[in-house]
Design a protein around this ligand. Sequence first.
Ligand SMILES: NC(=O)c1ccc[n+]([C@@H]2O[C@H](COP(=O)([O-])OP(=O)(O)OC[C@H]3O[C@@H](n4cnc5c(N)ncnc54)[C@H](OP(=O)(O)O)[C@@H]3O)[C@@H](O)[C@H]2O)c1
Length: 232
Amino acid sequence: MKPLNIAIFGSSGAIGKALCFEFSKNNSVNNIFAFSRNGVELDHQSIISKQVNYLNENSLTETSQSLECKLDIIIVAIGALEQPEKSIRDISSVKFIDMFNANTIPTALIAKYFLPKLYKDRITKFASISARVGSIEDNELGGWYSYRASKSALNMVLKGLSIEQKRSNPNSIIFGLHPGTVDSKLSKPFQKKDKEYFTPEFSAEKLVSVIDTKTVADNGKIFDWDNKIIPY
Ligand SMILES: NC(=O)c1ccc[n+]([C@@H]2O[C@H](COP(=O)([O-])OP(=O)(O)OC[C@H]3O[C@@H](n4cnc5c(N)ncnc54)[C@H](OP(=O)(O)O)[C@@H]3O)[C@@H](O)[C@H]2O)c1
């Protein structure tokens, strides 16, 4: 197998960081480029840390140009969930903009600047961490308007990318992932005492095995940590 080059965005987060270390255990991985807003260093010989502003196109241009090799896999593990709306009364434009800036727009802009860095003549994978609550069909509880909508919109962005990208590389696979309910800064305020949460390491191990199994037949779909399809 040819050595793999992988880019992970959101490497300062619990799941992003655990994904970097999980991929680093694989002998066929050459470089792991770990991108974060603050350029946090991760201590492993194959991890190269880089700082980037996900919403600034100059920053994305510069960082993408700084990569001297082609990529096999790109994973986006960026996102936020703050004070989700319990009721219609809680809806605000500021919250909607914040949620789209954290959960939707980074993946679209990263795709714009980094999909051209993927090999054109190999199987390549681009995945973004979505959330089960972004599924419209699965929504039975309501609430959390802006977070849910930002993840549903992310799923639509991934679907569009999957259609466009396969025209230039029929072996391109683009998909969404749900990591399970994971102990992290994001989930902390919503954790309940009597419920168990995945560690980021457990979730990353599961996600990497899901990513490994993906074939072109999976292009454009959303999968959970257990490799089950999540409906749009
Ligand atoms: N934890 C869960 O139970 C769970 C469940 C379903 C889906 N997810 C999804 O999994 C992904 C990773 O979450 P996590 O649990 O690892 O959370 P986390 O530890 O809080 O990490 C979040 C990551 O996103 C970045 N980020 C946060 N707010 C941002 C913003 N406004 N703009 C740009 N970047 C921002 C953070 O960067 P800084 O370090 O610079 O702040 C960090 O790298 C997210 O997409 C989340 O929606 C998590």
